[in-house]
Write a protein of this length. Structure first.
Length: 492
């Protein structure tokens, strides 16, 4: 398996087949590169794909989205299909390798697969379709967004999940699977990746465990999930208000049944006053958590950005949300951190840049506290902070020069002026009449030095390079911002 990569396939009790390293790897090392075993994408207009969509969208009651069944159908061989079938097939060896990958034992054919088989004229192939469907569900990786596509790989399918993974994967421009180390890997260490997104790795333990159980069919027992405390579930102490209580990792959520909540009896103590949380206090914390979670879910369903946040939130609502977060959790709960991250867009929209920086710093502090190591969500937030610092500097210089002329400049136009040097007609007139163009970058240079802007961008770029590679757009986008800013300020 990947000669020269230094990998060994082993069977571990409770996990099945796993990969262990026979080499030492530093953070950012490429462990191996592998081409896809099979790629399947949505095919709008294809008669068979449209038939599957019809089953799912019109008739309903199907277990999965159309693409999952399409993946199974597109994994059949010529020998599996009737001679008049239009479905594109795979080589027998590809199907054989697919069926070597992990899947639960098929004990019965689901009604959904039975309907797909009948719709495509594949009576007699129901068990094979069920097996292939489960292979894709348990082993696929996201390949592309438009049209949505999934890919399977052979060796990567043997890697186990961890909420503290020591490896990370990315698709290179040719579609190959590139495995990189995101922590130091020593000889004999198991290679683990995350089946969750970078953002989901910051969710509370109970949410992560439940998500993996419902989507992948296993209960995670990684070091983070079996830890005594969950650092993402922190609440203000109901007794003293000054201190904080940190929930145990196994503490139930408000969304669970009341029996689970009423039977839970492992209550934490306040780090400041020392009082143990009472059952009533525990339930009060759950209610706060549920309230913030419901608000967050509502906000995440809206297309909020820094260009339109004022259309969805009022100043009073933002004050109330920040008060709820502060009083209920001291801004240290994971849901509070996510809420404040959304409010960053509102504060940028209203040009309250100092408040935006406070909110994003709180989010960054949360990321560092709950996750030990590289995390993409934290790196993207660092990039966002750099954007805000630069925008704040530009805006403050404009306002200092002439507040009546420049207060109406949008967040988008301010950033566009700096990075791309493009101006709308009215912007040029206002800038020229104030004799500010030649002085803008001089003021910016002083601010950039003071605010350590480049250090923020460079830290984000360095982390994204280690995680995804120096060729990946996540890294190159930040690197281009650094280059453009350096060139602009070098002219001053």
């Amino acid at each position: 398996m990947h000669p020269g990569a230094g990998l060994q396939c082993q069977v571990m009790e409770g996990k099945g087949r796993t990969l262990t390293s026979k080499k030492h790897h530093e953070i950012g090392d490429v462990i191996f590169v592998e081409p896809p075993l099979h790629i399947v994408c949505e095919e709008a207009g294809d008669p068979d794909f449209e038939e599957i969509k019809k089953l799912c969208d019109v008739e309903g009651d199907m277990d999965y989205d159309p693409l999952w069944y399409w993946c199974a159908l597109r994994s059949l061989t010529d020998a599996d299909l009737p001679s008049n079938s239009r479905i594109t097939t795979v080589a027998a060896e590809v199907q054989r390798r697919l069926l070597l990958l992990h899947r639960p034992e098929t004990t019965e054919i689901s009604e959904s697969v039975d309907r797909v088989a009948k719709a495509c004229g594949l009576e007699g192939k129901e068990e094979l379709l069920e097996d292939l469907l489960q292979v894709w569900i348990h082993n696929c990786f996201e390949y592309q967004e438009t049209p949505t596509g999934y890919s399977t790989y052979f060796a990567p399918a043997f890697m186990s999940h961890s909420c503290l993974p020591n490896a990370d994967w990315v698709n290179d421009p040719e579609g190959n699977f590139v495995l990189k180390s995101r922590r130091v890997i020593n000889e004999g260490d198991e290679i683990c990746v995350s089946y969750l997104s970078e953002e989901a790795l910051l969710d509370c333990t109970k949410t992560r465990v439940d998500d993996l159980d419902s989507t992948k069919g296993f209960v995670c027992t990684c070091p983070r999930c079996v830890a005594n405390e969950d650092p993402s579930r922190v609440f203000a102490c109901p007794s003293c208000s000054l201190g904080e209580v940190t929930f145990p990792s196994q503490a139930p959520l408000m969304s669970e049944d009341m029996e689970a909540i009423d039977s839970f009896d492992v209550f934490p103590s306040c780090a400041t006053c020392g009082r143990e949380l009472t059952r009533d206090g525990f339930k009060a914390c759950l209610r706060i958590e549920s309230r913030i979670g419901n608000i967050l879910e509502s906000l995440e369903a809206k297309p909020i950005s820094r260009h339109n946040a004022g259309e969805f939130l009022s100043s009073m609502e933002v004050k109330q949300l920040r008060r709820l977060s502060q009083l209920g959790t001291h801004d240290k709960h994971g849901l509070s951190a996510k809420l404040l991250h959304i409010l960053v867009d509102y504060h940028v929209f209203t040009k309250e840049y100092s408040e935006a920086i406070k909110c994003i710093d709180t989010y960054l502090d949360f990321c560092e506290r709950v996750y030990d190591g590289l995390n993409g969500a934290r790196s993207w937030a660092l990039e966002e902070k750099g954007d805000i610092l630069l925008e704040m500097a530009t805006y403050e210089i404009l306002i200092e020069r002439n507040s009546s002329k420049f207060s109406s400049f949008s967040s988008q136009s301010i950033r566009r002026m700096f990075f791309y040097g493009t101006f709308a007609g009215d912007e040029i007139r206002k800038l020229a009449s104030s004799l500010i163009l030649e002085k803008l970058f001089v003021g910016l240079l002083a601010f950039v030095v003071k605010a350590c802007l480049f250090q923020t961008y460079e830290k984000a770029a360095d982390e994204l390079k280690l995680l995804f590679g120096d060729w990946h757009e996540y890294h190159t986008k930040v690197h281009e911002k650094i280059i453009k800013a350096q060139r602009k300020l070098a002219l001053s």
